[in-house]
Design a protein around this ligand. Structure first.
Ligand code: CP
Length: 308
């Protein structure tokens, strides 16, 4: 296989194992480029890409932008807060107005699940989902799995615990799909109120006790409490959440096991992770961010091949 099957990357759910491996192999080559003195290749110099963000982002937006620049693409950035969306323009009108200026690819983040799927169905250009509400965040899951493979040598049969606010997390859903396709065992850990009932049908183990989850896993992927997506109270206070589910050095010493610590960011230090863990030698949080550029270069490069 040397191409992705779809014109878009909307989620991990419909990606095959072979496609994920192709993205990883391509990312390996781009990672090598990123470690050269001149960190740039002309692969996408013929393309113009629009980054269309209807929701806040630091890592994903900068990572896509840098990946596009490293591939020599022309880029434009759209932010809904300062756009004519505020004047009532529809999503599709906005996208079509961007495309008519000879834009070839859309990278899109939107608070509504399915928004990039709707756009992808209605345009010929490729769409990359940079996170749609609580649904999927495919490039985050790809860079997470890629970083686990880099750290542990393989993913098959490794035990990954995803800890925290599963109910409001697109990262959790995309990670479950990616890790299971690559042969990992996945456990979800958090208070019952933050673990949706349907999710056990995805073949994951559920655990409410953080010590049990940490004793079980090789890797703990710790998620942020997504207060901006919570309409109700799911636990009494952040202080209490931190007391029962926060990971600190003392807890890891009690477990007495070498566990790899991951976090997609942004971290709420002192809530889900203490600095003595986030900044420890066990943490690969900044490796995740670094690898995100190579993964996104690979995704956009491979999608561009479908247009030639
Ligand atoms: N991991 C992630 O999606 O971070 P941002 O929201 O900063 O893009």
């Amino acid at each position: 296989m040397d191409k992705l099957l779809s014109k878009d990357l909307l989620g991990i759910r419909n990606l095959s194992v072979e496609e994920i491996k192709l993205i990883f192999d391509t990312a390996d080559k781009f990672k090598e480029v990123l470690n050269r003195p001149i960190k740039k290749v002309p692969s996408l110099r013929h393309l113009t890409i629009a980054n269309v963000f209807f929701e806040n982002s630091t890592r994903t937006k900068l990572s896509f932008e840098l990946a596009q620049k490293r591939l020599s693409a022309d880029i434009i950035n759209f932010s809904s807060s300062v756009s004519s969306v505020k004047k009532g323009e529809s999503l599709l009108d906005t996208i079509n107005n961007i495309l008519v200026m000879k834009v070839d690819m859309i990278v899109m983040r939107h608070p509504n699940p399915g928004a990039p799927h709707f756009v992808a169905k209605n345009i010929d250009a490729s769409v990359v989902n940079a996170g749609d509400g609580t649904h999927e965040h495919p490039t985050q899951a790809l860079l997470d799995s890629y970083t686990i493979r880099e750290k542990l040598g393989k993913i098959k049969n490794k035990k990954i615990a995803i800890i925290g606010d599963i109910a409001h997390s697109r990262v959790a859903i995309s990670n479950i799909y990616a890790l299971q396709k690559l042969g990992a065992k996945v456990m979800l850990c958090g208070p019952s109120t933050l673990i949706p009932k349907y999710i056990s049908s995805m073949g994951v183990q559920i655990e409410n006790n953080i010590e049990n989850a940490l004793k079980w896993c090789d890797v703990a992927n710790v998620l942020r409490i997504q207060l901006e997506r919570q309409k109700n109270k799911f636990f009494p206070s952040l202080r209490e959440y931190s007391l029962y589910y926060g990971i600190n050095k003392k807890l890891l010493e009690k477990i007495n096991k070498d566990i790899v610590i991951m976090h997609p960011g942004p971290i709420n230090r002192g809530v889900e992770l203490n600095s003595d863990v986030a900044d420890s030698n066990n943490s690969i949080i900044l490796d995740q961010v670094e690898n995100g550029v190579a993964i996104r270069m690979a995704v956009m490069y491979l999608l561009s091949l479908n247009k030639v």
